[in-house]
Design a binder for this molecule. Sequence first.
Ligand code: AMP
Length: 460
Amino acid sequence: MKFQAIKGVRDILPPDSALWNRVEQTAREVFGTFGFAEIRLPIFEPTDLFARSVGEETDIVSKEMFSFWDPFDKRLPYEIGSVEARMRGMNVQSLEEYGSMALGDKFQQISLRPEATASVVRAYIEHGMQTLPGNVKLYYMGPMFRRERPQKGRYRQFYQIGAEVLGTSDAPGIDAEVIEMLMRLFERLKLKGAILNINSIGDKNCRPAYVEKLRAELQKVREQLGEDSKRRIETNPLRVLDSKLESEQGIIEKLPRIADHLCADCRAHYDEVKRQLGLRGIAYQENWRLVRGLDYYMRTTFEITAPGLGSQNAVCGGGRYDGLVELLGGPATTKGIGFAIGTDRLVLSLQEPGEGAAQGRPAGKADGPDVYLAWFGAAAQSASIGLARRLRDAGFVVELPAVEMKFGKSLGLADRLKARHAVIVGDDELAAGVVTVKRLSDGTQQKLGEQELFSYLRAI
Ligand code: AMP
């Protein structure tokens, strides 16, 4: 029997994993300098949380979530497993009545998270973070799950690095700083060709009227639209603007634009975000068709595209979601803005030829260990275990063979592992209180005491 990973999920292997770590580490450092701290969230949540926040009508909630019924009754402790006990706990009289009850009345439905903003907001409310001073600035990283059709840059388990700012202020300076933080991260990672697209999609005062106008216009051209767009006229007309379908492009160009329908407050907010991006020296493109797939967004929306990704070229999406905290039962005064970077896509783009951060290790460092510690004989083994420990304490990468090998075989392995040096410890070396150091790139060899060995390795 041979097992394979499920379609749409994948393993991230060395050396790629080193680049992943570097991306995540750089995000931690950059976000830290902006005063963000990490929140670690559960991988699964009640399905209702996503239905409420992401929106029942979205593709994500309507068809892409991995959901299951928790076999434990939601009103009973875990220990009570039998149907009889459940019935008693729920005051159900007969097995028939129990059998006819809706699943939702008996069990809790759970989903693997398709995104993490809902969880951050849930946690914010659950832990009363609105009492903390200033804005609450949080970042997270980890896997998300959506049952999408797999292709390059689109997976069923994918990873995001995201950040959220929650607080009572919706000052445009917050939007601009969040975007600045992102661009600084991409700069630090030497991501080339990243393009920032921005838009404002209005708020609850002006968007409904625009959406109705859009819907009315779409009705007029209904017969020229594809199936997805036809459906969206009713469910979510804004999403039609997202369409990549060639035949719809000419029609979409003629549709009313939200920029012409923003209320005065949204217009002023948007203008100030743009001015503040300018103050920060951040280049952007305005894209009136940029809407986000999740229902909770309003006002500022943005997306960053990167080269080398084909049609799935968005590496990051984000925006403002001022009503979400209230929608999930928190204080109406709390506003929010955030983004999520698609880590898989960011890494793919960094691996494009010519990209700076493609190596996980610092420049000039080979993939293999610094030292391959070849020992011969029991006394040398014991000395080598001690030496390996001291070298590792000093930060060197050491490969210590677990069993004794013949000299040729051992040194051959050092070569194949791409070690930079073989350090040889045998009876002669032990007697003289030295080790033999062989530089594997050119075969040069010398005998050194331990202190000299450390100085020699450090100097390289
Ligand atoms: P969203 O949460 O839909 O706004 O997506 C934010 C970012 O996550 C996107 O810009 C992508 O980079 C990434 N992303 C979303 N869905 C997937 C997926 N199925 N596979 C890989 N990356 C994804």
